[in-house]
Write a protein that binds this ligand. Sequence first.
Ligand code: G4P
Length: 283
Amino acid sequence: MTIQWFPGHMAKARREVTEQLKMVDIVFELVDARLPQSSRNPMIDDIISRKPRLVILNKKDMADEAETARWLERFRQSGTEAVAVNSLDGRGLQQVTKAAQQILKEKWDRMKAKGIRPRAIRAMIVGIPNVGKSTLINRLAKKNIARTGNTPGVTKAQQWIKVGKELELLDTPGILWPKFEDPEAGYKLALTGAIKDAITDQQELAVYALKFLEGHYPDRLEERYGFRSLDGDIPGAYERIGELRKVYEKGGTIDYDSVSELIVRDVRDQQFGKLTFDFSEDQ
Ligand code: G4P
């Protein structure tokens, strides 16, 4: 899904999320485990405000495991509970309800003390496009979608998905815009496929990828392309990759555009293994 975000759309998205927030006890902020920082909405703290929150690092199957562990620790140390999941196969999802219960424990205890019978926790998912919101909702939904809100006067039928007895999830996620103002976040989003190629220069993206790999994953760069350092010579690196993979133009010279595409494709196809693009120590 590609959304063109203009100020009007952002304001509308924010309004809708703010409206939905009123119906829930907790927000599940979904981010890409490969980009725990760059795949967050720039105004998320402001939008969620004081509503309790669980950060869910999705697509953990594609991220660098050691980095994911560091990110989880970092979130927790800053006072935000976080879990890592794979929404495609459901791995890690059992932690979601437990974490939500833990976050809301005091409030629920207070309700109990007042004699109020505990009810299911109500939650909604919020995140930028492509982080896996629909996949996660479908995974949790199975066949448990319960239609409510068909009451006269309620304009839009909201559906709650029952996740076990303890959790109910709003079936429509809150869609927020990604970080535009930070070019580095843009490159990272493009390298993971969250932003479509049409709006990114392939060569800029490929050069960013090479520099990133040189800085953070030199062993993997060497394994794939035979060098671990660019020595500040990007054209030289292109020549070497072009020779190695035989990417020539008709006259036998290196086809630079095709090399750029090849580098980006290699990153996306995980030819360098599982990569995390936001390093916790860099943030
Ligand atoms: P959204 O609602 O937040 O916009 O995201 P959506 O669920 O549509 O998921 C975006 C893509 O991410 C989908 O791939 C989906 O299969 C994939 N995805 C979601 N969760 C996970 C996960 O935990 N692990 C992995 N590996 N992939 C996940 P797609 O349909 O192929 O779309 P695209 O990548 O071609 O855009």
